[in-house]
Design a protein around this ligand. Structure first.
Ligand code: SF4
Ligand code: ZN
Ligand code: ZN
Length: 304
């Protein structure tokens, strides 16, 4: 089958649009779509230093690859930030891949660990938590967001880019809905241009399977090992459900994404956050004590 945009053989069929693309046109299409998302939500400004949170997975390394290509013809710089959660046997492979990839493409790379920032590893925190109600990923996520913020300040970046894709947005929306956390739906809007350090998700309008193909077709090495805690939460079930819906009804994920954007901007306006300062660590938060201090205080209370 021929590519719809050139004379090459097609390597990828976009079921939702009916388009067939060769590897080169497919990669160009990903770059163009990412550039459109960046400009639609005003994600990157002239002269910005962008901290790219790189885990070693396909999404974040593909994002670094795409942004690095863009940075060659635009006025912004990149710095890569990796977090070592302290998950034995898992993170080591990723750290080597990220280090090698950053050296190859000439991007400065810094690593921050839970151990050095919070005096605990994720494994230790999970051992001492007082009940299983707090899932591994929620403890990990709270600490990771703070660790990335710390790295961003330390490196003096203007915005933090993460590799979240369209599927991640849909899954997070359903998780927030099912857990009754409607407040968080308002925070899902990709426009964070009013925030102090912008959090940007340039892949938020791209299907996960397109990013997998982008990584393969551009020979981007990524971590094969999955986090041992990956399937503990409800996210995997939601992902499987959405994939089976998309298989039977192509384009349904795109439709759902558009609905979520409308709902989240309405919720954002109705629910603007009241910023306070955490009385323990001085970071910005929405209550007296931030979620990181709250988590650490609870964990330390269980320390033998
Ligand atoms: S899957 Fe969960 S525990 Fe593992 S790195 Fe991701 S957030 Fe952390
Ligand atoms: Zn082509
Ligand atoms: Zn705090």
């Amino acid at each position: 089958m021929k590519c719809d945009r050139c004379e090459n053989i097609a390597a990828y069929s976009r079921k939702y649009s009916g388009e067939n693309l060769c590897s080169i046109c497919f990669s160009k299409a990903i770059l163009q779509k990412t550039a459109r998302t960046i400009s639609k939500y005003n994600m990157i400004q002239n002269g910005d230093v962008i901290g790219v949170a790189v885990s070693g997975g396909k999404d974040s390394l593909s994002l670094l690859h795409v942004l690095n290509k863009m940075s060659l013809s635009h006025n912004f710089k990149l710095k890569a930030i990796t977090i070592d959660e302290g998950i034995s046997g898992y993170r080591d492979e990723a750290l080597t891949i990220v280090n090698d990839f950053c050296s190859k493409i000439g991007v400065e790379y810094s690593m921050y660990s839970y151990k050095e920032l919070f005096d605990t590893t994720l494994e230790h925190a999970l051992e001492i938590r007082d009940n299983e109600k707090m899932s591994s990923c929620s403890i990990c996520g709270i600490l990771r967001r703070r660790a990335i913020d710390f790295g961003a300040k330390d490196l003096g970046v203007d915005a933090i880019a993460t590799g979240h894709n369209l599927d991640d947005t849909l899954e997070t929306f359903i998780i927030n809905l099912l857990s009754g956390d409607t407040g968080k739906i308002g925070w899902m809007n990709p426009d964070t241009s009013a925030n102090k350090t912008r959090k940007i998700k340039p892949f938020c309008e791209i299907y996960e399977n397109e990013i997998v193909f982008y990584a393969f077709t551009n020979d981007i090495p990524f971590q094969s090992e999955e986090c041992p805690h990956m399937n503990e939460g409800i996210r995997t079930e939601i992902r499987n459900f959405l994939n089976s819906m998309e298989n039977d009804h192509s384009g349904i994920k795109n439709n759902m994404y558009k609905s979520i954007m409308k709902i989240s901007s309405a919720a954002k306006d109705a629910n603007s956050k009241q910023w306070k300062v955490c009385s323990l660590c001085g970071n910005e938060c929405t209550s007296e004590i931030c979620s990181v201090c709250n988590t650490l205080v609870n964990l330390r209370a269980n320390q033998p």
